[in-house]
Design a protein around this ligand. Structure first.
Ligand code: BGC
Length: 697
């Protein structure tokens, strides 16, 4: 009986009829069966605990009716299956401020997901970066809610273009790692709605079709069974009609999670399944809850499975194909952020004939953490390989970095030194307790089985500075008297105090994916001008960030974080949000703004005043009238990347909905526009204003 499987090209009426038919035909057990994944634990053991070795059944599906389940695959930085394209990590892509590129990356992921038998993707992670120590910072786009929403929606809709359901995760307030299974995040009404939720809503409003709940509690209840979040806000206030599924294994704790609004427990029926059937039979959960959940699952699944595919076929040759690898390179080139430069960069081949490349990370295939987001790319170009290929044999010198005298001596023989510093999956990443494995490699279990970690790994960073041996290496390189360029590999902010003065230039590449080394060489040698912008604030002192305790069982997420906090407290960051240097210079003039209906339409002329082609990220912040307290003085509300030849001018248009300038009135739970003079600010970063114009709303 296969007639219940949705056919490509079905009309909305046919889809609704098919959903109704399944609901009429299925038994209670079959319906509840659709509300969980199945077979994960067994598959995982059979695959020697290698994560992503096969698609994971993640809800839906009734064999008797020929109804297929949803097949899940992970991965913010690429598809966590097979040997897929490894893009720069999400934080790097956040630094591109380029939703068009992000949408194309989403499409490439969508193709690779389909080519590997999946139709539900966990790639869209938009949790707000509250503190840079967060172990999974690399999986999200940054600290600014507006920017997070725009970038997440671009990725999600790109993935969905190939009829893969994208799920936005982790709903909500999941921005601590080690304590993620237990921490209770306390948050007030305004902070929740203004700071931590709008980016989820943005993704859903743009069409992202599914939501993954978070592990942590919010205001006393686990997110996977949190009625306020899953029903009152998500469905009631936002009108979301898709399905919500849990995070893996510990995502829901009681069958009442179904009544609270969780439609699918993943990856196994630990709490749903037989216990949920019993809860319905005993009257603790209404049968209606089950029908509503199945309706959401089926409608979404049928809508995607019933749509026409853009490609006639999704063959295995599309995975990590040339076009996708080129896209990974483009993203790596556009994401690197030039933090400092005294003119040492770009290198010219005339001045830099011999380059010393130092640091253990230079020769490491270091694409990010080794948890669920891990991508096994067919190749990874390390920084060292990228520079060697670029410069040719013999032009690159290396040293044993444990021997500082040798490192200094090698630096002395070169014209310039590049030191690659930062982190790996050991210092930051998904936290995997010792008894659970998500396929981390190179860390054999006590029983010798490959891939299972013997000890907990990853987690929140314990330090925001570089390890002492890396600072010593920078000092040794500087002692050679040769120009020193420091390349930072990390998922979020790294404090640079204490060694910054020793560097002639600092470039943050994040985890730059399978083509990171190629991009690095092109950037250092000026074939591309750096154009990434910091999607977070780099502080001078760790105390300047909000309170963070990686072992907390309860934590209060107050109103202030990110650039708004620095500004409110009058604290100068080392590098502000939005900061990033270029090999060109840009001039701005003629800012205009007018109200058109309920939108503010702004234009500004941007000119490349340099001598090389370069891309600029135009940032538009809005300063509020200032009568509402607490409130950020100003917030980013539009941005646009623009490419300019030397001497070229372009007029950039930026559009803001006045609804996006409202604050949340805590007493009435309504969104309110503060009347009065707003200032529209074109800025190079959160602290560097260039032009502004007033507008009364
Ligand atoms: C992670 C999710 C991931 C899921 C499935 C969890 O541990 O928190 O981000 O999607 O595993 O791999």
């Amino acid at each position: 009986m296969t007639h219940f499987a949705p056919a490509r090209g079905s009309s909305p009426t046919e889809i609704q009829a098919a959903v109704d038919a399944v609901l009429a035909e299925a038994t209670l057990e079959e319906k509840v069966g659709m509300m969980s994944g199945r077979g994960f634990f067994q598959a995982f053991l059979e695959d020697d605990r290698v994560w992503g070795a096969r698609p994971y059944r993640a809800g839906g599906g009734i064999e008797r009716l020929g109804l297929p389940p949803l097949w899940f695959t992970d991965g913010p930085r690429g598809v966590a299956r097979g040997s897929s394209t490894c893009f720069p990590c999400t934080m790097a892509r956040g630094a591109t401020f380029d939703p068009d590129l992000e949408h194309r990356i989403g499409q490439a992921m969508g193709v690779e997901i389909r080519a590997q038998g999946c139709d539900l993707s966990g790639a869209v992670c938009v949790n707000l970066l509250r503190h840079p120590a967060w172990g999974r910072a690399q999986e999200t786009y940054g600290e600014d809610s507006w920017h997070l929403g725009v970038m997440g929606a671009a990725l999600g809709t790109g993935i969905q273009a190939h009829n893969v359901v994208a799920t936005v995760k982790h709903f909500a307030l999941n921005s601590m790692e080690n304590a993620r299974f237990k921490v209770d995040v306390r948050v007030d009404e305004r902070t929740l709605h203004e700071i931590y939720l709008p980016h989820f809503k943005h993704c859903l409003d743009e069409g992202v079709a599914s939501v993954m709940s978070a592990y942590n509690k919010v205001n006393g209840e686990y997110c996977g069974q949190n009625r306020h979040l899953l029903t009152n806000v998500l469905r009631g206030e936002w009108g979301f009609s898709g399905f919500v599924h849990s995070d893996w294994v510990f995502g829901v704790h009681q069958p009442y999670g179904a009544a609270a609004g969780l439609d699918i427990e993943n990856p196994e029926p630990r709490v749903f399944g037989a216990k949920l059937v019993a809860a319905v039979e005993s009257g603790t959960v209404e049968p209606q809850v089950i029908d509503v959940a199945c309706q959401r699952i089926l409608s979404t699944q049928f809508r995607f499975a019933g749509a026409e595919d853009p490609l006639p076929e999704y063959g295995p040759e599309l995975v990590a194909c040339e076009a996708h690898v080129a896209l990974a390179l483009e993203a790596a080139e556009k994401s690197a952020v030039l933090l400092e430069n005294d003119g040492t960069l770009p290198f010219s081949r005339a001045r830099v004939a011999r380059l010393a490349v130092l640091g253990k990370l230079a020769a490491l295939e270091n694409t990010g953490d080794l948890g669920s987001s891990r991508v096994r790319a067919p190749h990874v170009i390390t920084p060292l390989q990228g520079l060697e290929r670029h410069m040719g044999e013999g032009a690159v010198l290396t040293a044993d970095e444990d021997d500082l005298d040798q490192a200094r001596a090698v630096a002395t023989q070169a014209d310039t030194v590049v030191v690659v510093v930062g982190y790996t999956a050991k210092e930051e990443g998904e936290y995997i307790p010792g008894d659970i494995s998500l396929g981390q490699e190179g860390d054999a279990a006590a029983d010798g089985r490959a891939g299972a970690p013997a000890e907990p790994r990853g987690g929140d960073r314990i330090d925001l500075t570089l390890p002492a041996d890396q600072i010593a290496l920078i000092e040794a390189a500087a002692a050679s008297g040769k120009p020193v360029v420091v390349v930072i590999v990390a998922g979020s902010a790294v404090l640079v105090e204490g060694w910054r003065e020793q560097a002639n230039a600092i470039l943050q590449t994040f985890y730059s994916g399978m083509e990171g080394g190629t991009a690095l060489a092109r950037l250092l040698f000026g074939e591309r001008s750096p154009s990434g912008r910091l999607p977070f604030t780099v502080a001078r002192r760790a105390e300047d960030y909000p309170f963070f305790d990686r072992d907390a069982t309860e934590i209060n997420y107050g109103y202030w974080h990110g650039y708004a906090k620095f500004e409110a407290e009058g604290v100068e960051p080392r590098y502000p949000f939005g900061h990033g240097l270029s090999y060109a210079g840009f001039g701005y003039r003629a800012l205009t703004a007018r109200l058109s209906g309920d939108r503010i339409e702004a234009t500004v002329a941007v000119r490349n005043e340099g001598t090389v082609a370069a891309e600029e990220v135009v940032q538009l912040y809005v300063e509020y009238p200032g009568g509402v307290k607490p409130r950020a003085a100003k917030q980013l509300r539009a941005f646009q990347r623009v490419g300019l030849l030397p001497g070229e001018t372009r007029i950039v248009r930026l559009s803001i909905a006045s609804d996006d300038l409202r604050y949340r009135d805590a007493a009435t739970r309504r969104w309110v526009l503060e009347r009065g003079e707003h200032r529209l600010i074109i800025a190079r970063s959160a602290t560097e204003e260039v032009l502004s114009v007033g507008m009364t709303l």
